[in-house]
Design a protein around this ligand. Structure first.
Ligand code: NAD
Length: 250
């Protein structure tokens, strides 16, 4: 088991990528704190883990709220004793309009969840990882954090910000044996892309816009996150790993 004895927090743990990763981490021996703003799907992830004999708790958390992040970390520590891995994964898309038509409120909402949420996770988890003698942080960026696309200005900017926060934190905390990496998924089959699937004109194009000519599964992303969280990635930090079927190359 690749994460035996480790404790991990996964934000957005009720969603597609978060749930697959939570289940995968638990299978590899980790104790998992599933954090999500949505209790129903978050509790379901915990149920699925426990059903297979794994250890998990759900902590309802809004990643934009520092008090809730602090409470998440405290609850995780008091339940499992320490913290070794943080998967900063909660995120939202923005409605697809030109930036001049995007409301300030929506800009703020997307930046708050996708970028400030990652900052707060790092801010409050790092002291605990230092106490644990080191650890791993994985942040969820996106193919759209590496490549511009029309009509998703807030999403593009938030996910590009995650790439730089990742590099920044890797430099600040490497000396404490903390590795900080990001993943950049392409189009992955989760609820966040449901609106694209409804678009009969665009979907055939979007769903084949990579070298492998198909969309990815949440489990394929979870495999990459597991690798970055595990000791197999012991000399990898500050990097952003594309999990996009060749979408960036396309
Ligand atoms: N699916 C894709 O094609 C794709 C591609 C690139 C990047 N991503 C990123 O992957 C991550 C996971 O997304 P997903 O595809 O699993 O979609 P998803 O919608 O299934 O999961 C997102 C999760 O984040 C949670 N969340 C939203 N706001 C929150 C908040 N304020 N506090 C805590 N939790 C909150 C949601 O409840 C949901 O469970 C996101 O950061 C997303 O931007 C997804």
């Amino acid at each position: 088991m690749r994460l035996l004895g480790k404790t991990a927090i996964i934000t957005g743990g009720g969603g597609g990528i978060g749930r697959s990763t939570a289940i995968r981490f638990a299978k590899e021996g980790a104790k998992v704190a599933v954090a999500d703003i949505d209790s129903i799907i978050g509790e379901e992830t915990v149920r699925l883990i426990k059903e297979k004999g794994g250890e998990a708790i759900f902590v309802k958390t809004d990643v934009t709220d520092s008090e809730q992040i602090k409470a998440l970390i405290n609850t995780t520590k008091s339940t499992f004793g320490a913290l070794h891995i943080l998967f900063n994964n909660a995120g939202v898309g923005n409605s697809e309009v030109r930036s001049i038509d995007l409301s300030e409120q929506e800009w703020d909402r997307v930046i708050d969840i996708n970028l400030k949420g990652v900052f707060l996770g790092i801010k409050y988890a790092v002291p605990e990882l230092i106490k644990a003698g080191g650890g791993a942080i994985i942040n969820t960026s996106s193919l759209l954090g590496l490549k511009g696309q029309k009509y998703v200005s807030a999403y593009n900017a938030s996910k590009a910000g995650v790439v730089m926060l990742t590099q920044n934190a890797s430099l600040e905390y490497g000396k404490f044996n903390i590795r900080v990496n990001a993943i950049a998924p392409g189009v992955i089959d989760t609820p966040i892309i449901d609106h694209w699937k409804q678009d009969e004109r665009k979907w055939p194009i979007i769903s084949r816009a990579n070298a492998l000519r198909r969309i990815g599964t949440p489990d394929e992303v979870a495999n990459a996150v597991l690798f970055l969280a595990s000791d197999e990635a012991s000399f990898i930090t500050g990097t952003t790993l594309s999990v996009d079927g060749g979408g960036l190359a396309f």
